[in-house]
Design a protein around this ligand. Structure first.
Ligand code: SF4
Length: 234
């Protein structure tokens, strides 16, 4: 299959088929793709995803062993002031805000969910500091609500591949969900994140070694759109 038409002339069905082909090729290239954050419990996953905002997964994984040992459950976080969490995460960036959110989220988990992490995206989004993307990532890895979370990589890839023209991540997610069957949303998210990290960089993407170049209307692009700033640290 070769993609040579302009995105504007592509039918919805052709776009769906192309999206599936993109995921098939990326899945063949990266069959073992998985979340890079280390965690053993749903709460550890939630905290790690909160910490990963504006921070690399590698750095998060460096700080979480000591953090998780000191705060083994939601009650442990909920019983301290954020200042006690800060020293454990201060290399993660925005650490004061993250500490405040983690403690506030833990208090809400204890008060409203018996200390457990809910699997509902709506319930997760009500927790302090938990946005739609974070809630979606937690959900798909805990077997909760289906989601196609949109981070900076997914947003950039969706635009370059012609799967969306939207800026709002919620609308980008809607466009992706319309193209890809729900059972592939989780791996689709992971594959696009990894392709963004390894090949389709925000600036100077490596189109010459991209396995989906033949399916991409933006192959050869040299830089992101001005609104698609390079916030990725990896
Ligand atoms: S061809 Fe280039 S712009 Fe298109 S997905 Fe591949 S790396 Fe990204």
């Amino acid at each position: 299959m070769s993609y040579s038409q302009g995105v504007g002339r592509e039918t919805t069905e052709a776009k769906r088929l192309r999206a599936i082909e993109v995921l098939d090729r990326l899945g063949t290239e990266m069959p073992e793709v998985r979340i890079q954050l280390d965690y053993h419990t749903p709460l550890e996953l939630l905290v790690a995803v909160i910490l990963s905002a504006q921070c690399t997964d590698k750095r998060v994984n460096l700080v979480t062993p000591a953090l998780f040992q000191r705060f083994p459950d939601a009650r442990a976080y909920s019983s301290v002031k954020p200042e006690l969490v800060e020293p454990y995460i201060q290399t993660c960036g925005l650490y004061r805000n993250k500490a405040k959110n983690i403690v506030a989220a833990a208090k809400a988990l204890v008060a409203e969910h018996g200390g457990e992490v809910p699997r509902s995206r709506a319930a997760l989004e009500k927790l302090p500091g938990v946005g739609r993307k974070t809630a979606g990532v937690v959900c798909i890895h805990l077997g909760g609500d289906a989601a196609f979370p949109v981070d900076t990589h997914v947003k950039r890839l969706a635009y370059r591949l012609g799967f969306t023209r939207q800026e709002d991540p919620d609308k980008v997610e809607e466009d992706l969900q319309a193209l890809v069957p729900p059972e592939r949303w989780m791996t689709g998210h992971q594959l696009l994140v990894w392709h963004g990290r390894r090949t389709c960089f925000a600036r100077s993407p490596a189109c010459e070694r991209c396995v989906v170049a033949a399916l991409c209307p933006r192959r050869g692009v040299k830089q992101a759109r001005p609104t698609d700033a390079d916030r990725a640290r990896t």
